[in-house]
Design a protein. Structure first.
Length: 231
């Protein structure tokens, strides 16, 4: 699965010239993009570890600002650009269960988050992270089916600002669980949620029907969630 995936990623790379010195011996550019005066380059080496490298270089001088070694095929994600973040999906194989997020600071390369998480939102100097499981399907999802598993961290240093995302049940309607997403009847290892700006909505279902739990995720401390019945 690795070779076709590498070819796909390389086909999406931009056409901008690589600034600065050549890449280390054995590494080939997979992708690159510019964020302000910084060029972000992802590169890979075809070895048994599928070694990967991400570099940040000053577009004016070509000087390397920082570099971070990882593994897998590093695929840049758009969410976080212009916000001081480098958001990468590190794919170990063609399977969704073998992918993970690598979230870095644009200015320093500091690792803010790494692992089985979605970068679900970036706003007001904060990052919303939602966990996903390693093997689908999961029901109840992860360990606690009554809550959305995730947290809010600082976009500056990765400090946890909100450690949990509560999703209360409706009174008199029995329990409701956050479950994995299902598309065309196929279970996913990712939880269901929607993000619109500073509002996180978690769709849920109980014996009274379907509803959404709304969280104003950028506020610290987190306000009490509100419940919005579906029409």
């Amino acid at each position: 699965m690795i070779a076709p995936l590498c070819a796909t990623v390389q086909a999406r790379q931009d056409t901008a010239s690589l600034v600065g010195a050549p890449l280390p011996v054995g590494y080939a550019r997979q992708n690159s993009y510019s964020d302000g005066n910084v060029q972000i380059i992802t590169a890979g080496r075809q070895d048994e570890r599928l070694s990967a490298l991400v570099l940040a270089r000053d577009r004016r001088t070509g000087r390397t600002l920082w570099k971070t070694y990882s593994s897998g095929v590093l695929v840049p994600q758009a969410l976080g650009r212009g916000e001081g973040l480098v958001n990468l999906l590190s794919i170990q194989s063609g399977a969704v269960t073998n992918s993970a997020t690598l979230l870095l600071r644009l200015d320093s390369g500091l690792t803010l988050a790494k692992g089985l998480v979605d970068v679900a939102g970036v706003a007001d100097g904060k990052v919303l992270l939602v966990d996903y499981d390693s093997v689908p399907p999961s029901a109840p999802f992860l360990r606690d089916g009554s809550a959305l598993s995730g947290r809010v961290i600082s976009a500056q240093d990765g400090r946890v600002l909100t450690p949990a995302l509560p999703t209360p049940s409706r009174g008199g309607c029995g329990p409701a669980e956050v479950r994995g997403d299902r598309t065309h009847g196929i279970s996913s290892n990712k939880q269901r949620y929607r993000v619109a700006g500073e509002t996180l909505t978690v769709p849920r279902e109980d014996r009274c029907g379907t509803f959404g739990v709304l969280l104003r995720w950028t506020r610290v401390p987190l306000p009490v969630p509100t419940i919005q019945p579906d029409n």
